[in-house]
Design a protein around this ligand. Sequence first.
Ligand code: FES
Length: 129
Amino acid sequence: MYSNKVMDHFTHPRNTGEITDADGVGTVGNPTCGDLMTMYIKVKDNRIADIKFKTFGCGAAIATSSMTTELAKGKTIDEAMKISRASVAESLGGLPKVKMHCSNLAADALHAAIEDYKGKLEKNKEAKK
Ligand code: FES
């Protein structure tokens, strides 16, 4: 069954919502279960200054989104990129096997938001040339 940590993050999710002027946005979905997750990041001095998520999905997806935002907040971009699918599940005290894909979504959404931020940064550099 679910660990106390999973239940805590599911019933009291941290950092929910949207950042309207986000520096990076990443959305991923799982075609099998139909769950959808979006992460918004605000970056300052190469660190994740703020992060929020919106998850349309199961309890484990909500808990893993919440944990991922806690793991990522305050980290540098490179450190946040190292937050893996496995480390999210581990931080929650494990997940049932059939729910492991939910933690994949959370880590992937974070990485997608960072990639989006990096892409925008590159575009800005190009525009200034
Ligand atoms: Fe699909 Fe949890 S059942 S994300």
